[in-house]
Design a protein around this ligand. Sequence first.
Ligand SMILES: Cc1cc2nc3c(=O)[nH]c(=O)nc-3n(C[C@H](O)[C@H](O)[C@H](O)COP(=O)(O)OP(=O)(O)OC[C@H]3O[C@@H](n4cnc5c(N)ncnc54)[C@H](O)[C@@H]3O)c2cc1C
Length: 435
Amino acid sequence: MKILIIGGGAAGMSAASKAKRVDPSSEVVVYDSGTFVSYAECGLPYYLGGKFDDYVKLIHYPVKEFTEKRGIIVKTGISVRSVEAEKKFVTLSDGSSEAFDRLIICSGAHAKIEEKFRESGAVAIRSLDSGIEIKAKIHEKMKITIVGDGVLGMELASSFNEGGHDVMLISHHTALFPKISKDISQSLLKDFQKKINVELNSEITDIIKENDGYKVTTTKGTHKTGLVIFATGISPNTAFLKNSSINLTESGLIKTNEKMETNFEYIYAAGDCATSKNIVTGKESWHPLAQVSNKMGRVAGSNAVGNKMIFPGSIGTTLVKIFDYEVGFSGLTLEEAIKEGLTANKTTIKAWSRAAYYEGGSEVFIEIVYEESTGRLLGCQIVGKDNCAWRLNSVAVAIQAKLSVEDLFYTDFGYTPPFGPVWDAIVIAASQSMK
Ligand SMILES: Cc1cc2nc3c(=O)[nH]c(=O)nc-3n(C[C@H](O)[C@H](O)[C@H](O)COP(=O)(O)OP(=O)(O)OC[C@H]3O[C@@H](n4cnc5c(N)ncnc54)[C@H](O)[C@@H]3O)c2cc1C
């Protein structure tokens, strides 16, 4: 059986490895349009910010790990141009075509950036190739402008600030970080503004290349900068499927079921290019995240060789380090829950991260979103400097397991003063939600 995989990123290489492990007799071929496969996109902000300069550190496995040890054929620098779904073959950028028995599409996503700004010299990060290209443009202490205040924008702003750059962050939002409740993000803004310049409620209207950098004009004014990086969202890489009969959503995502099958039972899709089920709402959703992509890929790879696996869905649990803050969110915000037609409420509290007498503690902001009638947990956001990432992951388990605020309150969490107070922030938030 020949398994053809489009894309050698998180989903693609997970799919390839699983398929070959389950059925060593299968022929597994991966095509990737880039230079690299199996690397850590998530490490790019730290590489660009100067935490390390050798991009090889980002590569999980060299190609020969797949070709020589795992028996997978990997072909880089070649894109798939189209898919003939009914006839079971793909056409390639070198003019050839290749047949398949099973196809797994793991083509990921690309960063959104208006063409006029790209032509002016602004950049956007996605692949390791793009990371290496951007790194070559960065000089010590260069002023860097980031457009966008989502996870990537904030992460880049923080990483460049820590790398000694003068950072300006521009967002059209009125408060930073759209996935974090305004109550929490307002209180962080003051702290962030001590480190970077933040221009909220602002949009870029023009970027002009000058001898020593760029002149950026926004709806609020003009400033000079060394580099402009857009972090304003992503779109799936599915343009090459436009004329195939594979079902896409309006935004171009490949529609999949829990086996990661498309509308063709022998064609699968996984990762950032595909939909999955949102476990909180039960609806078709999109969570373009590394762990989600890896797991979707594994399920697709296994099913492609006949070993049935089910991907249950995801809840969008996201963690990011911004300066010395650990920021995380999972499930729905209150606004999203209400939009979904749920009668929801929230509890927002500020607590201390350790026993009051124990050194090293700091504030923890936590917001829990729950369904009013049942108390079911719908979402959570946590921000703080001390052990907040693992607090968020604990609540994520409860959200995914559809536990209630009462279940969360009675969960038998471990306690010891250096790690938290006896009434931890999570427990207090759950208790207040039960009232
Ligand atoms: C800078 C950055 C930081 C991130 N940080 C985090 C984080 O901290 N935590 C987290 O959970 N997620 C993070 N993510 C998201 C995470 O990296 C992605 O969700 C994950 O890599 C998606 O895996 P994928 O396999 O779907 O796509 P990718 O890993 O992007 O792989 C897709 C591959 O398909 C190839 N391709 C595309 N089209 C074609 C074609 N037509 N023919 C052949 N090949 C093609 C591309 O070259 C690419 O190699 C980050 C992403 C970026 C860019």
